[in-house]
Design a binder for this molecule. Structure first.
Ligand code: HXC
Ligand code: NAP
Length: 292
């Protein structure tokens, strides 16, 4: 029996009372799930992405599910002016922002040599420049305010460290975001701004699955069989980790990336992991031979 997900929030209900958290790309997928738990823990949430309709639907659903407060504003994270306008709007509505989750991303699978220059750049621009834009716009504001106790959580991937075939622009961009996390952890600590990151393995979302496993590729290739814990991640597990890292319970965690992937990337890495294919009978036969 493999460990199963616990879905209740692990932190006290008032953990984020009086705090406002901006979640980019938070109207869907993992951003939505993190927003929901943060609302359950008392936060006010600001959602920013490109589609007004998706933002409005998410606001209604989140507010009715949690009783919390959600503000929304459209912005393409690639556009400095749009992000600046959205941040100003959120400040006016809520009085300030205490934490940022750089969660918005773009991705699709492709042989690298088939990518057009614009296809390559669109991923780099959303993930790397988008995260940089949000970080600098809010970070500069926080530094000017001098208020301290701020947190930036970057959602990266395990291949930010390992690289990966067929998602090269995403791997390059996420690696850059991870480098930004570690660099600013040192540089901005003096302003009271912490930097943390999460590297998720597979957590089913419509956005990721449509683009990474089109036509049921995940089942065809047995993607989930590759995970030592034999299941995908549950959104609530990731939301609990994000809540912890954003909270004061993690006040001494700075510049760290935490992997949450059921052991997936290590399975691909270990020199002798292919021995998992051996049966108990095979192992008994090997032991007998070794004893001779
Ligand atoms: C090849 C593609 C393509 C594809 C788009 N393009 N999709 N090339 N294969 N599947 C090319 C287009 O032809 C175009 O190049 C360029 O990319 C820009 O396309 P647009 O549609 O104009 O871009 P835009 O509207 O900005 O949309 C960005 C997008 C789109 C990334 C292409 O998919 C998107 O909006 N994604 C957001 C959500 C998302 O991707 N979520 C998944 C995150 S999952 P040309 O040269 O023709 O102009 C994730 C998981 C990581 O990150 C790890 C999992 C384990
Ligand atoms: P998702 O639902 O597609 O989320 C991506 C979000 O980003 C969408 O809400 C999208 O909204 C927004 N977005 C995209 N381009 C944008 C832009 N230019 N400006 C502003 N917002 C933009 O996918 P997800 O699976 O939840 O992914 C969330 C995060 O987790 C991403 O950083 C992803 O790389 C990471 N991740 C996911 C997995 C997984 O298994 N799901 C694994 C590892 C890492 P609009 O289209 O409305 O703008």
């Amino acid at each position: 029996m493999h460990p199963q997900p616990v879905k209740t929030p692990m932190l006290p209900k008032d953990t984020f009372n009086g705090r406002t958290i901006l979640v980019t790309g938070g109207a869907t997928g993992l951003g939505y799930s993190m927003s929901k738990m943060l609302l359950e823990l008392g936060a006010t949430i600001c959602l920013m992405s490109r589609k007004q309709e998706a933002l409005d639907a998410a606001k209604n659903k989140l507010e009715s599910e949690t009783g919390g407060r959600v503000e929304v504003h459209t912005a393409d994270v690639r556009e400095v002016d749009e992000v600046t306008a959205a941040v100003e709007y959120f400040y006016e509505k809520t009085g300030g922002i205490d934490a940022l989750i750089n969660n918005a991303a773009g991705n699709f699978i492709s042989p690298t040599e088939h990518l057009t220059p614009n296809g390559f750049d669109s991923i780099i621009d959303i993930v790397l420049k988008g995260s940089k834009n949000c970080t600098l716009i809010l970070g500069n504001k926080w530094i000017r305010e001098g208020s301290g106790m701020k947190v930036i959580l970057n959602i990266v991937t395990t291949y930010a460290s390992t690289g990966s075939a067929f998602v090269v622009p995403s791997a390059m961009a996420k690696a850059g975001v991870l480098a930004m996390t570690r660099s600013l952890a040192v540089e901005w600590a003096k302003y009271g701004i912490r930097q943390v990151a999460i590297a998720p393995g597979p957590f089913p979302t419509e956005g990721a699955w449509n683009r990474l496993f089109p036509g049921g590729l995940d089942k065809k290739l047995g993607v989930l069989d590759q995970i030592p814990l034999k299941r995908p991640g549950d959104h609530r597990e990731l939301a609990n980790l994000a809540s912890y890292l954003l909270s004061d319970y993690a006040a001494y965690v700075n510049g760290e990336v935490i992997t949450i992937d059921g052991g997936e990337w290590l399975k691909g890495a270990g020199e002798m992991n292919f021995l998992l294919q051996l049966s108990l009978e095979d192992w008994k036969a090997i032991a007998m031979k070794n004893k001779k």
